[in-house]
Design a protein around this ligand. Structure first.
Ligand SMILES: NC(=O)c1ccc[n+]([C@@H]2O[C@H](COP(=O)([O-])OP(=O)(O)OC[C@H]3O[C@@H](n4cnc5c(N)ncnc54)[C@H](O)[C@@H]3O)[C@@H](O)[C@H]2O)c1
Ligand SMILES: [Fe+2]
Length: 390
């Protein structure tokens, strides 16, 4: 590799490379933002990486006042698995401060909520009118959508290059997908240095979200040859680099490759997701578990269910991703990979206590990810998966 820094315009403007958070003000200018609101989650509100980002905006005169938790220009009332209540508060802060764009900063939670604030600040209809169903996105006033600059600080969700956000509806505890083509951030800064401080459990959980996106996209029966190719390379990057990022947190090369894999997973899942995500959305919404970690726990059982439909295509991929033994070898690899990254084998071990299987099956069947599973999902096979996992 000649250089580990690059600019891409696919699927949006991406500035990739260590230290490039220093270009945040310039990225705002590129997106047409003069007065940004930085949206992040509570956990990052006081973090050094957040202060660095705010300092950069302040020095360029894009935000005023002292850089602090209460500073103008920062909204951090965002929970993991962010909710409609977080969105309402964010939209209020955005309108009150007369901002003209969002810096969505953080893991999937900060990115998704930031993207939704920019999307919803100018809309008149409730956010649930824009759920990813049929062409509901055409209900939105596209001219009223504010621009977003996305800055991921985890490597996995790929939300920074996604046209949707995942939002928890608090009254029913359902995770809904809100879609509009212009929810895609205008500019992305992918700076692997921002992920150096991510604790190993989150490095593993977020990295395995990227892996789940690639595995499910690769398995999906839909016709999308571009995403198929991207899913294959994304799997290889995770297999080679996640153990390095997990065991040597300062390895910038591995951290950068994982950021690339995260973006690739999100581009790949335009081809479809499947049972892993159909299960992990309701489990995360009801039990508050971490999304990527939940996916990782679910993967071995879903691979067993899907084996008859996907064994041949994984067999074909084995040379490229470097795993012997055909599909059985891939399944054995996933078990060992999970164990080596500290992923438990059951949902109970990640906090799914006292579950209601009927409700989880009902919600999983209603999740849009269902449609991409290579074996049609039914109440029976989903219940079987859950009983195995619980
Ligand atoms: N929009 C999409 O396409 C998409 C795809 C997958 C997942 N998601 C959503 O993303 C969310 C999960 O995102 P996530 O897995 O990135 O976790 P997250 O954003 O919830 O972050 C997890 C924790 O890590 C902390 N954190 C983040 N970056 C850090 C850093 N550099 N150093 C130290 N701590 C850091 C956060 O403060 C938080 O406490 C879920 O809500 C999920 O549904 C969205
Ligand atoms: Fe995911």
């Amino acid at each position: 590799m000649t250089s580990f820094t690059a600019n891409w315009s696919y699927p949006t403007n991406v500035r990739f490379g260590a230290g490039r958070i220093g270009e945040l003000a310039d990225a705002c200018a590129q997106a047409g933002i003069k007065h940004p609101l930085l949206v992040t989650d509570r956990g990052l509100a006081d973090a050094a990486i957040t202060r660095t980002a705010l300092d950069g905006l302040s020095r360029a005169g894009l935000i005023s006042g002292a850089v602090s938790k209460q500073s103008a220009g920062l909204f951090a009332d965002v929970d993991p698995n962010p909710s409609d209540a977080n969105l309402a508060a964010g939209v209020q802060a955005f309108r009150a401060g007369h901002y003209d764009g969002v810096v969505a900063f953080g893991g999937g939670s900060g990115l998704d909520l930031g993207k939704m604030v920019a999307f919803m600040a100018g809309q008149r209809r409730p956010v649930w009118d824009f759920e990813d169903i049929d062409d509901w996105w055409t209900r939105a006033d596209a001219d009223a959508i504010f621009p977003t600059v996305a800055v991921p600080t985890t490597a996995g969700t790929g939300s920074e290059v996604g046209r949707a956000s995942v939002l928890t509806k608090l009254d029913t505890l359902q995770k809904k997908i809100i879609f509009h083509p212009r929810v895609l951030p205008s500019v992305v800064i992918c700076d692997p240095e921002l992920t150096i401080g991510l604790p190993p459990t989150l490095t593993a959980g977020t990295g395995l979200d990227a892996f789940a996106h690639c595995v499910e996209a690769f398995s999906s029966p839909h016709f999308h040859p571009m995403s198929q190719g991207i899913a294959l390379e994304g799997m290889r990057l995770v297999i080679e680099n996640l153990p390095r990022a997990y065991n040597q947190p300062n390895d910038l090369q591995a951290r950068g490759q994982m950021m690339a894999a995260g973006m690739m997973g999100a581009v790949a899942f335009q081809k479809g997701l499947g049972a892993i995500h159909a299960l992990s959305h309701p489990i995360g919404a009801i039990h508050g578990t971490h999304h990527g970690t939940t996916n990782a726990v679910c993967m071995p059982a879903v691979l067993r269910l899907n084996a008859p439909a996907i064994a041949a295509r994984f067999d074909r991929a084995r040379g490229y991703i470097g795993i012997d033994g055909g599909f059985a070898g891939f399944q054995a690899f996933v078990d060992e990979f999970n164990a080596s990254l500290g992923i438990p084998r059951t949902l109970a071990e990640i906090g799914v206590t006292d579950p209601d299987p009927d409700r989880l099956v009902r919600e999983a069947l209603a999740d849009p990810s269902c449609g991409g599973n290579p074996i049609p999902l039914t109440a029976e096979n989903l219940r079987g998966l859950l009983l195995e996992l619980l």
